[in-house]
Design a binder for this molecule. Structure first.
Ligand code: C2E
Ligand code: MG
Ligand code: MG
Length: 330
């Protein structure tokens, strides 16, 4: 809940509601079941963002966003079974900005909705091309809390799928625990509808948020992604070994697939495979790459020799990616 007072916080209805809205988003940022009273400082943050919002809007209009795709590898077959679409921003000066540096602003200004629409449309067009070439992989797309809150989300998704000429079966929507817990009842209905359409639901960065197992169990979740902060030190027998093995065991018993994010070493791969993790995603196999590079990797029939990692953490990849995206098959 956000609270704004008349007349201190606004003399007209529009200003009052806008300020109460700003306070409400602050409340949502701090978790649920809480309220914030509007303060002018909140608006200062918002004003500072006006410039950022302008830049992001221009970036959209000028087509400065593009997508990279990071492969997800099956830990039984070693094959690429899916990709995650990850946005990048190539600014006018040529510099490439990572999503961590603009998605939070896009989320706060609300522009994430338009940016997200663009991401989804582009991912669908690319998926249609990939499927058309005969590669039956799945496409994961991130949905931020603000996108998830949209009333017309389902209608939009249907329209975009229809425009790209593909069905929902190839899609996995990644949401965070926060999106679910913001409004559990709504999440049950919305996720049920998405699942009913044939798309899959994944919980991203699992374990870093705050969620109720009671609700998670009631939701049609197909996949849990273990955050890379937990994956980082598993091979060194760090504190996170217990967390990672517990997440894998929990997901299994709830009938969900588990994906480990941020897998960078052969030791991590070995550990995850031994503990029954289903898929992995990480720099060990590939960084996020352009669609053209991904297609070449798929052309190589790129498949990891997983069993080899039982003997040694250093293994050759089934392909080599050179600087300007040239791929050589092994
Ligand atoms: P995420 O959804 O958890 O995506 C995984 C992030 O981990 C990606 O960062 C990816 O490049 C990075 N990563 C993957 N493997 C490794 C690894 O082995 N080592 C390391 N150090 N990092 C690895 P990226 O692309 O910078 O994206 C960051 C976050 O920005 C994403 O986290 C996601 O929350 C958000 N994001 C990216 N694209 C979109 C989008 O289109 N829409 C929305 N709403 N959010 C997005
Ligand atoms: Mg993600
Ligand atoms: Mg993640």
């Amino acid at each position: 809940m956000g609270i704004a007072f008349y007349p201190e916080d606004g003399l007209d209805q529009d200003t009052l509601i806008k300020n109460a809205d700003t306070a409400m988003y602050r409340a949502k940022e701090s978790g649920k079941n809480t309220y914030r009273v509007f303060t002018p400082a909140m608006n200062k943050r918002v004003t500072g963002w006006l410039a950022v919002e302008n830049n992001l809007r221009k970036a959209l209009d000028r087509g400065e966003f593009f997508l990279h795709y990071q492969p997800k590898v099956d830990l039984i077959t070693g094959a690429i079974v899916g990709v995650e679409a990850l946005i990048r921003w190539r600014r006018g000066d040529g510099e490439i900005i990572n999503p961590a540096d603009f998605i939070p602003m896009a989320e706060d200004t609300g522009l994430i909705v338009e940016i997200g629409d663009w991401v989804f449309a582009q991912a669908c067009v690319d998926l249609s091309e990939i499927l058309g070439k005969g590669y039956g992989i799945k496409m994961s797309v991130n949905l931020s809390p603000r996108q998830f809150r949209q009333e017309d989300l389902l209608g939009k998704i249907r329209a975009t799928l229809a425009a790209a000429g593909i069905g929902p079966e190839g899609l996995i929507f990644e949401i965070t625990e926060g999106s679910v817990m913001e409004n559990e009842q709504k999440a049950i209905v919305l996720l049920g509808a998405l699942r009913g359409m044939g798309a899959e639901i994944s919980i991203d960065d699992f374990g870093t948020g705050y969620s109720s197992l009671y609700y998670l169990k009631q939701l049609p979740i197909g996949e849990l992604k273990i955050d890379r902060r937990f994956v980082r030190d598993i091979a060194g027998h760090g504190d996170n070994v217990a967390i990672v093995t517990a997440i894998i065991a929990m997901a299994k018993s709830l009938g969900m697939r588990v994906v480990a994010e941020g897998v960078e070493t052969g030791e991590q791969l070995h550990f995850l495979r031994r503990h029954g993790c289903d898929e992995m995603q990480g720099f060990l196999f590939s960084k996020p790459v352009a669609k053209e590079v991904l297609l070449e990797m798929l052309d190589c029939g790129a498949q990891l020799d997983l069993a080899a990692y039982d003997n040694s953490p250093q293994q050759p990849l089934p392909f080599a990616v050179r600087a300007e995206g040239e791929v050589t098959c092994a």
